[in-house]
Design a protein around this ligand. Structure first.
Ligand SMILES: [Zn+2]
Length: 349
């Protein structure tokens, strides 16, 4: 169904298209919700914990933990990678695609490829001064765009009894005349009052097939430009105003245009999601570093602890856990001890 491409009147200024133009909105959301691992360490044993032996300040120390304290926590990194590939990467790709598709080169409407279009000019008011020139400009517009302009003038009384607005009248005229939906109808209406006052209106009605070329932003520019000319009657007759506006926009109609709103929305989302990706990886990469002293921590299962000082460096170590001094690396003397069923040293000989 056709829809208004814009219009105006002597008093009300111009209004923009009320088209059924689809608006592209993209929405997306997601968060890389932190993966909360249940990693816990303590000075005292707790359910699920193991005892770990490590050395600090040349002395043995113990820590209770439910994870291997010598290994780095990569769960955040893994959760981040999963969130990245499932949520962030697709959104970022969509944003990039959205940015690319915000540039649009219109394609000529091909409805009249194999038939000759009719250029309707119906000046019922008999006000046109140069119909030939108007037809020339309409043809030039058609040849560039594939959209067939049509121009009709009527009296206000032809429609204002039956219709509440010229737009509604223009709609019915369009539907009755141009079932192809490839026309762009411009209806101009006026009534010269007794005091010479001209009560004029105009309306553009575009078919659905014209939408890809006659976008809302192009239609709005055309509407503004034509309305400005119609306000300058000393300079332009109605047909001249229409012809001049077609001539003004014909060379621009097929230019590549950028949908700025779409482009910047996509760019913004891309930067937000890209930035949060960078940030979350930076955090995940930095956060859970293993402290130096825990890098060589060992899980142990000791019921009794026997300590001895290294005869080379004097550092204290736990007997039975090492072949070499954990402090200086010197070979340790063999100890003779007895172990229980669990492998714990229970006595040094
Ligand atoms: Zn030593």
């Amino acid at each position: 169904m056709p829809h208004s491409s814009g219009g105006g009147s002597h008093s009300g200024g111009s209004h923009s298209s009320s088209g059924s133009h689809s608006s592209h909105s993209s929405s997306g959301g997601g968060s890389s919700g932190g993966y909360h691992s249940n990693r816990r360490t303590s000075d005292k044993p707790f359910p699920g914990s193991k005892m770990y032996l490590y050395y600090q300040d040349r002395k043995p120390r113990f820590i209770y933990s439910n994870y291997d304290v010598s290994k780095r926590d990569v769960s955040n990194l893994i959760a981040g990678l999963i969130a990245f590939f499932i949520i962030l990467l697709p959104i970022m790709i969509m944003c990039l695609i959205g940015m690319i598709f915000s540039f649009e080169k219109p394609e000529k409407i091909s409805y009249y490829k194999n038939k000759k279009p009719d250029f309707v000019i119906e000046d019922n008011l008999d006000i046109f001064e140069n119909e030939k020139n108007l037809k020339r400009s309409m043809k030039a517009f058609y040849e560039e765009t594939g959209i067939v302009p049509a121009v009709i003038t009527v009296k206000n009384e032809d429609w204002n009894k039956e219709y509440s607005s010229l737009e509604k009248y223009a709609y019915d005229e369009y539907v009755a005349r141009f079932p192809d939906e490839a026309h762009w109808l411009i209806v101009y209406s006026e009534e010269i009052k007794d005091n010479g006052f001209n009560d004029w209106y105009w309306e553009g009605m575009q078919g659905d097939r014209t939408d890809p070329v006659l976008t809302a932003s192009r239609a709005n520019k055309f509407t503004e430009s034509l309305h400005k000319r119609l306000l300058q009657r000393e300079k332009y007759s109605v047909d001249e105003a229409i012809a001049a506006t077609f001539d003004e926009y014909t060379p621009q109609m097929m230019n590549i245009i950028m949908d700025k709103a779409q482009f910047f929305t996509c760019l913004f989302l891309f930067l937000v999601f890209g930035g949060s990706t960078y940030y979350s990886f930076a955090v995940a990469y930095k956060s859970p570093k293993v402290p130096e002293q825990l890098k060589h921590a060992k899980a142990v299962n000791l019921t009794a602890v026997y300590q001895e000082a290294c005869s080379y460096c004097g550092g204290i170590y736990i007997v039975g856990m090492h072949r070499e001094c954990p402090h200086c690396g010197a070979a340790l003397p063999e100890h003779h001890y007895t172990k229980d069923a669990n492998g714990n040293i229970i006595q040094i000989m």
